[in-house]
Design a protein around this ligand. Structure first.
Ligand code: BGC
Ligand code: BGC
Length: 847
């Protein structure tokens, strides 16, 4: 029977009390006199006896194999409908880089056909088994953002600045409609993280550093996505199930390290990081996603006290808990393909993306061996089936036959885009407006400059058409306006003119310039930073602003970013400064606020308020509202309007950062090694030299290095192997690098290279991690296929190197290339990057 009723809560509380007496559950057993910090929440769905009976009847007919299948979710890049038919899996997902036919720009029709095929496989009983509809989850995290043509809302950080929960509800409704149109019934959203250190690469996925703001939004978004409990719209065909994530403490990791450890007292953990869960649960959120991070050293995927006792027990969460991408594999004693501990801790469905088959087999074995109890298995299955029944999936038919399935006109529909555009307008935060330069007259000559001016991919950020949101082009966004396009339309309509010049050059002097610049797209740990310096070592945007100012042109700076960054120099240089976050498809929302109407009156005033504090220096990482010693440059809640005095005294230009400012993940660039790395030339016997200058040679001419040009003078190195013996060129890291997260995801080791003379024999790319811990993959076949004399980015999936035996948790030699033959290659860059950034990919050797 359900444990989600009030009676259930009582029982849960009793069980807890008993456990506490036995001293089993320290985390949830407050010492005498201490209040339990976990709130009690009322699950809004009354127990439904008929529903429970249906589940009981169905489960009575299910084999243990079928039950285990329900617990497993595989990724569409790693399984076929045939696999679902055979293994009776409960769910599929499309990860950030997983698309029909492997095409990031697959059509909506292809997505829907894929959804139909998987659904039909799950309902096909011709080879035995019960018909239990599969549920299909996707990261519709700022609109149905994996699909070409969808409405792209601002990322959550921008929505935080709107302080408008009702708008969030509308956004949830639209996201649900567009998701259903393409065949999925589940989104992995909302993220209710409360990011505390803005270096975290997922800061933009959070609404705010303030738990109050996150709590106010959580219910509105869940209700928008799922419909309101108690109304006929709840979980109907126009809504999807939500997933509150990531439970728990994702925003509190030390140094903002993604998937790291959140060291925190329990009361603080609950007050800060759990704030979004009670309102989301009270709104009936059907799933919660376990987090990659650990809390006080214990990985959340194995944290029974929190997953089971706190979330399902004390907080009465009546949905099911899904894991994150192989997150179970990080639990102590587990691997991606074997982890009974996660199920025992309370995970109901594992996101065993590419590991589903092994995970299925070991879980089945664990049930048969009793390592996972029948009761735990049944509870997990019941929770999953309950959600499927509540969604009406058993009666729904295939995705294309449901309420809005195949209504592709919903994608980017004008009324949807209008809501997104409103969200953009309300998300903009004005930080400076010297001399009242804003709002601008539209009837003048406006120069629109900067590399964000006309780049929808850049303004949309990560989780857009692919995981990192990189490598897209204008045609991938049929229903969108770039920021320049928005300004141009309005200027033109008013008899003015907008001129696009990314580099800021012009022939006829403009009256004013709008410079749009900021962070390039990133997602998850790929966006983790060492400091809050904006673009370390590259001040081209500042120079652009200064150049225009020197020409006597007033400059309005529009800053695109996934977090507040230290940009004092840019703020000083510009007349006006707007924090625009990651606005999404509706770049025109910016013109709505920046430009006056043709008659000179204000169209829309600025109403956005900071939901994250803006740092005073680049080392003020974690200065959050309400903390002792709170001293930001612009406080939480700040944001000017047109009525305000917009002058700003000159800001100090000392960033506070000394020493290492290198970009993480770049091992070699501009002719130089990354921070903490040395370039080595070594012979087969391991003897070698460190390259401190070029040209340089090892053992006469065994292996030689010289400076060559790629994009700039001497920004690359040419290596020439003589063929007189084995030799390697390597990047040696002074401290061992932990690339476990990168190896779990689709991260590549990317080498930008040019083949000057193809290898005469075998050549390889390898990584090393101390004695007896190296892995190599053959490189010669790939190099042989590259056009000679042309620069190309060659990618080696880090997971291949892990499979080939490297301990990716401690790489001290993250890159090396060797051969015993003769060969000449030039290298200009070595870095970690995303799948779609490689032009040629080295295939994994068979495991
Ligand atoms: C992320 C989740 C996401 C999942 C599926 C994970 O790496 O942490 O937020 O929902 O992948 O793409
Ligand atoms: C997937 C993402 C996932 C990530 C986890 C990627 O390969 O596409 O969805 O979040 O791996 O590291």
């Amino acid at each position: 029977m359900s444990t989600n009723t009030r009676g259930g809560a009582l029982i849960a509380a009793l069980v807890l009390a008993l456990a506490a007496c036995r001293g089993e559950d320290k985390a949830l057993a407050p010492a005498a006199g201490e209040a339990n910090p976990w709130p009690q929440v009322a699950w809004p769905l009354a127990e439904d006896a008929a529903l429970e009976q249906r589940i009981t009847d169905l489960m009575a007919t299910m084999t243990v194999e079928e039950k285990v299948g329900q617990l497993v979710q595989g990724d569409i890049a790693s399984l076929t409908p045939e696999d679902v038919r055979k293994y009776r899996l409960g769910s599929i997902l499309a990860g950030g880089n997983s698309d029909p036919g492997g095409r990031y720009d697959a059509s909506p029709a292809q997505w829907l056909a894929l959804a139909d095929a998987f659904y039909e496989a799950s309902m096909d009983t011709s080879q035995g088994g019960k018909a239990i509809p599969v549920i299909f989850g996707i990261d519709a995290v700022h609109g149905q953002s994996n699909i070409v043509g969808a409405t792209l809302f601002p990322h959550n950080i921008g929505l935080g600045a709107t302080r408008n929960p009702e708008l969030l509800r509308r956004i949830g409704q639209i996201t649900a409609l567009e998701t259903r149109a393409t065949g999925m019934e589940w989104t992995f959203a909302p993220t209710v993280a409360v990011p505390q250190d803005d270096r975290w690469g997922r800061t933009y996925e959070g609404y705010s550093e303030s738990p109050e703001v996150v709590a106010r939004y959580a219910a509105a978004m869940v209700e928008g996505l799922q419909g309101k409990v108690g109304t006929p719209e709840f979980l109907d065909g126009r809504h999807v199930i939500a997933s509150v994530k990531h439970f728990l403490g994702d925003g509190g990791t030390t140094n903002g390290k993604d998937q790291g450890d959140t060291g925190i007292g329990e009361a603080e953990l609950v007050r800060l990081h759990a704030a979004g869960y009670p309102p989301a649960i009270a709104a009936g959120a059907q799933t919660a996603m376990a987090s990659f991070n650990s809390v006080n050293g214990q990985k959340m995927h194995g944290h029974k006290a929190y997953l089971t006792d706190a979330l399902k027990g004390r907080m009465n969460f009546g949905g099911f808990v899904v894991g994150d991408w192989n997150g179970h594999g990080q639990v102590q004693g587990c691997t991606n393909t074997d982890c009974p501990a996660t199920i025992n801790a309370g995970l109901d469905m594992a996101m065993a993306s590419d590991s589903w088959k092994g995970f299925y087999e070991t879980t089945l074995a664990a049930v048969k061996a009793g390592t996972i109890s029948q009761a735990r298995l049944d509870d997990a299955v019941r929770r999953i089936l309950r959600v499927k029944f509540r969604l009406g999936l058993f009666e729904a038919g295939k995705p294309s036959a449901r309420a809005v399935g195949g209504q592709f006109a919903l994608l980017g529909a004008p009324e949807h885009r209008a809501v997104a555009r409103q969200a953009v307008r309300q998300s903009l935060v004005l930080l400076k407006n010297a001399g009242g330069v804003l709002p601008l007259q539209p009837r003048q000559r406006i120069l629109v400059a900067g590399d964000g001016a006309n780049d929808v991919g850049k303004q949309a950020g990560g989780w857009t058409l692919n995981w990192q949101g990189t490598g897209t082009t204008r045609k991938d966004f049929p229903n969108a306006d770039s920021i320049y396009e928005g300004i141009a339309q309005q200027a033109k309509a008013a008899g003015g003119e907008a001129i696009l010049a990314v580099d800021g050059t012009y022939t006829q002097k403009p009256d004013v310039a709008v410079v749009v610049f900021g962070e390039n797209p990133y997602a998850e740990f790929q966006g983790d930073l060492q400091t809050l310096l904006y673009k370390p070592g590259d001040d081209s945007d500042l120079q652009l602003i200064k150049r225009l100012k020197a020409d006597g042109i007033p400059v309005v700076a529009v800053f695109l970013s996934g977090r507040p960054l230290w940009v004092n120099r840019e703020i000083n240089a510009a007349d006006a400064f707007v924090a625009a976050w990651l606005p999404g498809s509706e770049g025109a929302g910016i013109a709505d606020v920046l430009l006056r109407k043709a008659d000179g009156s204000v169209q829309y005033d600025f109403t956005g308020k900071l939901s994250f504090s803006w740092p005073r220096t680049a080392t003020q990482y974690a200065n959050n509202v309400g903390q002792p010693g709170y001293d930001p440059l612009f406080p939480f809640g700040h944001g000017l309007s047109y009525a305000d005095q917009g002058e700003l005294a000159v800001l100090p230009e000392d960033s506070g950062v000394t020493g290492d400012e290198g970009a993480p993940g770049v091992f070699f660039a501009r002719g130089d090694t990354g921070a903490g790395m040395t370039l080595r030339l070594e012979a087969g016997d391991g003897q070698g030299v460190s390259v401190t200058q070029v040209p340089h040679a090892l053992n006469g001419d065994l292996l030689r290095v010289a400076g060559v040009d790629h994009l700039a003078q001497e920004d690359a190195r040419r290596f020439t192997w003589s063929g007189k013996g084995e030799a390697v060129v390597a990047l040696q890291s002074h401290t061992a690098l932990d690339l476990q997260r990168e190896s779990n995801g689709d991260v590549m080791l990317l080498t930008t290279l040019r083949v000057d003379a193809a290898p005469s024999g075998e050549a390889w790319l390898s990584v090393g991690c101390g004695t007896g811990c190296a892995a190599r993959v053959p490189l010669a076949p790939t190099l042989a296929q590259l056009p000679a004399g042309q620069w190309t980015r060659v990618g080696v999936p880090l997971k291949c190197l892990a499979q080939a035996g490297a301990d990716v948790a401690r790489l001290d030699r993250p890159w090396s290339i060797g051969t015993a033959g003769s060969m000449t290659i030039s290298v200009s860059r070595v870095m970690l990057g995303a799948l779609n950034e490689a032009e040629a990919t080295v295939a994994c050797p068979d495991a």
